[in-house]
Design a binder for this molecule. Structure first.
Ligand code: ATP
Length: 328
């Protein structure tokens, strides 16, 4: 297995080495290819991501990604959006369930996954900027909607065999198309479904998160709902994600580069460590993946946590404690 390692900027440079120390504890046969991508590279070379970087990444099986600070360049094209398109990582999978001992803003148990379409919708890249108007074309194709719905149904099968299709079909024609394709795919797969308008969903997710299991939605709605979900799950520092296609995959914490705390050694590494867990699951290393979950729970129970969780431990303290506990 060959993994491209992209720490990126800000706390990406701290949480990715921390997560790698946990991965290394398993002694798996993995070749790591370190790559510099992001704002730091843009400042040094004028380019945040080059064609050579893309080719090197395409030569790997998957990517472990930290976070990237957006360069102050009006012509800058998002590195992540480009990577998702180039590697055809069409499914963004974000699981949310509260970790042990984590204080939650709403005292509820829940366990749901947001499956966000990752290559189309409002992030189509079809845009026009004029003097007095600006246009972004929201593109939804049958192929794009079918494959994200198939992913959601595949995830739903071993769970509750139900998906919630989130849209704004009462206003947007593109969303009635999305809804119709998704519900068709669900019927074909023998998966039950319900629908929610995205505004009602934003409200209900806070009040009744326990109602949901697999949520499938379009790119921008998924982006927004998953940050909201991170808030009810205890914070951005805890939530991992996988960007998956048919050939490649990219694993990253949901959080960004957090310039406000970068360089202080206090970033919570758990989101990045749980992203490694998702990567191990994708590789089929199920026992190692489970052992990360157990180790994270143990470390939380021992109160070895960073300041965002009310503790006074450093990024490295937390990752060292988890690395020592895996495989036990
Ligand atoms: P970017 O521009 O890269 O998206 P941002 O600061 O706008 O950065 P996030 O990086 O997602 O967005 O951070 C939002 C807030 O959450 C910040 O106050 C940050 O310090 C905090 N935060 C994010 N990730 C972590 C983490 N791993 N540990 C502790 N705090 C975090």
């Amino acid at each position: 297995m060959k993994i491209a390692i992209v720490p990126g900027d800000g706390i990406g440079k701290e949480v990715i080495p921390a997560a790698l120390s946990v991965l290394d504890a398993f002694g798996l046969d993995i070749e790591k290819i370190p790559l510099e991508i992001g704002y730091g590279k843009w400042k040094r070379t004028g380019s945040a991501l080059t064609d050579d970087d893309i080719n090197l990444i395409k030569d790997c099986d998957c990517v472990l990604f930290g976070a990237i600070t957006t360069p102050p360049d009006p012509n800058y094209r998002s590195v992540l959006v480009r990577l998702r398109k180039e590697l055809d990582l069409y499914a963004n999978i974000r699981p949310f369930s509260p970790l042990k001992t984590v204080k939650l803003p709403c005292a509820k148990k829940f366990d749901f996954v947001i499956v966000r379409e990752n290559t189309e919708g409002m992030y189509s890249g079809v845009e026009e900027l004029h003097e007095d108007a600006a246009y972004t074309t929201r593109v939804l194709t049958r192929k794009g909607c079918e494959r994200i719905a198939e992913r959601a149904c595949a995830l739903a099968k071993p769970r509750k065999k139900n998906i919630t299709v989130v849209h704004k079909a009462n206003v947007l024609k593109s969303d009635s198309f999305f809804r119709d394709v998704c519900t068709g795919v669900a019927k074909r797969n023998g998966i039950s479904y319900n629908e929610m308008l995205v505004d009602a969903m934003a409200y209900d997710l806070i009040l009744r998160p326990e109602k949901y299991d697999v949520i499938v939605t379009t790119n921008l709605f998924g982006d927004i709902l998953s940050d909201e979900a991170a808030a009810i799950a205890g914070g951005l520092g805890l939530c991992p994600s996988a960007n998956v296609g048919d050939r490649y995959a990219l694993f990253e914490p949901i959080h960004g580069s957090a310039p406000d705390i970068a360089g202080k050694g206090i970033a919570n590494p758990i989101a990045a460590i749980l992203s490694v867990r998702m990567m191990l699951e994708w590789m089929g290393e199920m026992e190692s993946a489970k052992s990360i979950s157990r180790a994270v729970d143990n470390v939380l129970q021992q109160g070895i946590v960073t300041p965002d969780m009310g503790g006074s431990y450093s990024t490295v303290d937390v990752s060292d404690a988890i690395a020592k506990m895996v495989n036990r």
